[in-house]
Design a protein around this ligand. Sequence first.
Ligand code: HEM
Ligand code: HEM
Length: 193
Amino acid sequence: MLRNTRARWGALSQLFHWLIAALIAVQVVLGLTGVALPLGMAKLATLARHKSLGITILGLALLRLGWRAVNPTPALPGNLRPYERRLARLTHAALYALLIALPLTGWMMSSARGFPVSWFNLVQLPNLVSRNLPLYHTLVHVHVALAITLGAVLTLHIAAAIKHHFVLRDDILRRMLPGAPPRPMGAPQSAKE
Ligand code: HEM
Ligand code: HEM
């Protein structure tokens, strides 16, 4: 089913989730490789790809949030403690915020450096700020700090998914995966699962 229900994520939400997860992995490799390469064509090409992919992630994140707004969201399991509930909401909000802030700071720093951003050489994007070298240096620091924050929040997010699946044995991971419909939330868990 394309749409979400109160019990599980629909196919489109799952596609957004796993596509963005895969693109983030590629994006971090492109960013780290681009920074490590010596000045030259390979560096420019890698960073150009990093920028185009980053803009793609921004577009997908906005579409994903739009789709989320017009769908029900699956309820968190009833047995979570209040602080776990708050932590889950906070982590998800932080991930969405980072999915927007990272591309925007990247785009702004490219504009401040005087390197216009294109999307795979197909669409020329406007400069977000005018050329300003001190601003560029500040934004590089902000971009890197946000990337490190994303790494930290994702570690927590993935650890939570593993805990839900293997320790609490609930349907949190399964309902983000295509396949069998999950048990109703709060239902007793079978011992052999
Ligand atoms: C979710 C999206 C993004 C992620 C996760 C991300 C992550 C990174 C990472 C990990 C680095 C390497 C930093 C370092 O080790 O110094 C980097 C560098 C860079 N990123 Fe991004 N980035 C994203 C989006 C963008 C976008 C949209 C642009 C531009 C339109 C951009 C422009 C750059 C540039 C120019 C660098 C090289 C910085 C330098 O000159 O030192 N990034 N990014
Ligand atoms: C191995 C990697 C990952 C695993 C195992 C994983 C697992 C999950 C699971 C099981 C959920 C569903 C939570 C629920 O039903 O309440 C979820 C939601 C979510 N994931 Fe991930 N995830 C991964 C990577 C990522 C990445 C890379 C991002 C973005 C940078 C991300 C962002 C989110 C967000 C924002 C939600 C909340 C959805 C919402 O409430 O709208 N995840 N993740």
